[in-house]
Design a protein around this ligand. Sequence first.
Ligand code: ATP
Ligand code: MG
Length: 448
Amino acid sequence: MQTTKLCKGVRLTEFFMPTLRNAPSDAKIVSHQLMLRAGMIRQESSGIYSWLPLGYRILTKISEIISQEQNKIGACEMLMPTIQSADLWKKSGRYDDYGQEMLRINDRHNQEMLFGPTNEEMITDIFANFAQSYKDLPKNIFQIQWKFRDEIRPRFGVMRGREFLMKDGYGFAIDEEQHKKIYNKIFVSYLRTFARLGVKAIPMQADTGPIGGKLSHEFIILADTGESEIFCDKEVIDLDILQEKIDYRGDLEPIVNKWTEKYASTDEMFVEQEWAKVPDTNKIATRGIEVGHIFYFGTKYSEPLGLKVADKDGSLKPLHMGSYGIGVSRVFAGIIEACHDEKGIVFPSSVAPFDVGLVNVSLKDENCTKTCDEYYETLQNNDIEVAYDDRDIGAGAKFSDMELIGLPWVIVVGKKSIEKGLVELKNRTTGQTQDLSFEQAINIVKGK
Ligand code: ATP
Ligand code: MG
């Protein structure tokens, strides 16, 4: 996928990608180890990370896929500040409820501020300023913005950070029924988003927690290292949303029902009698990573914050709202938990930092280097994103870096292969290599 803001190619002599042979011993799970080893992140303090160029590139791709799917359902993207005034949170009653997870800050005028852990209060206040009647509804608005939660136990790298990137969306409707339509769109768009990111995230009945509310689903990637305990019917796992034809203007209820009619629940919502109805051979009780969470919370914020609009009959009604989150930085780690082998990451092509690695193994050979330089240009001209390893290091180190960072394909060019007019094309998933002409290699990488 071509992301407009990202360059098509990098030379590793210029790119900043500090890979490590071994992960620091305090990295306990494989995604954290691999992200550190691949030079994607660096810890700055507990639960707070810098995103180095390679990690930032992937984070950008993930964010772009999320935005694209939201745009398809008519959600509009905006950006709110990270620092908020405490006033709104006092009105909603959550200033005290949020407790020590909220990072509180006093400015030079001694105004109470906070680093936003989420944005329900602010978006409600913004919307309240403009919405006047049922004609302004429904609306679905989102942002992709940094959040801060002073987690008691930040761990597993960016999986449970203190500063983390979240897509947070908010839906506004005149009543419960209208909200359900937004909820269904979000539900299906999340299934598609995660499928496009190359992972299976299963919607499960969830508790609404301190945000409060009635209807809620968590989207969970099955993984032994996950922090959530889940119970689900195997048949839900076998469903495939990318096979569905979807018309977002049509009725999505039947699609949502397909995913919700079978049992799938987090431990907080576990119901023994329901679980007993699942055939024993279908029962999956395991762990998972919560990468998304959607809520309907009715008028919980619109009532205290005074958000009312005129309905058709002129009467003032409090808005019905929902909020919909995706842990953007957490899903990054979740993808790696699901997609790796003993050599490193095996990225799904949609989020791989580059489509192909170009490895020059005969750097000292003038002809080989000249050919590689040409190939580097040609690949980019063919809309293929390329990481060109032109570093003066051993071939073994080059190959292991390419495997570690998980590019789907590697093209190896050396003095001998050039003499035969061939390159070696290596597939990261299967490990298979083929000797081909450069043009044939391009076609395969492009999926022709
Ligand atoms: P958790 O139960 O894991 O603490 P949460 O229920 O508090 O998550 P939400 O408030 O629903 O999370 O936030 C939306 C999404 O943001 C979550 O589904 C998750 O993917 C992500 N998220 C929440 N907390 C963190 C964190 N500390 N680090 C990284 N991602 C997070
Ligand atoms: Mg939490």
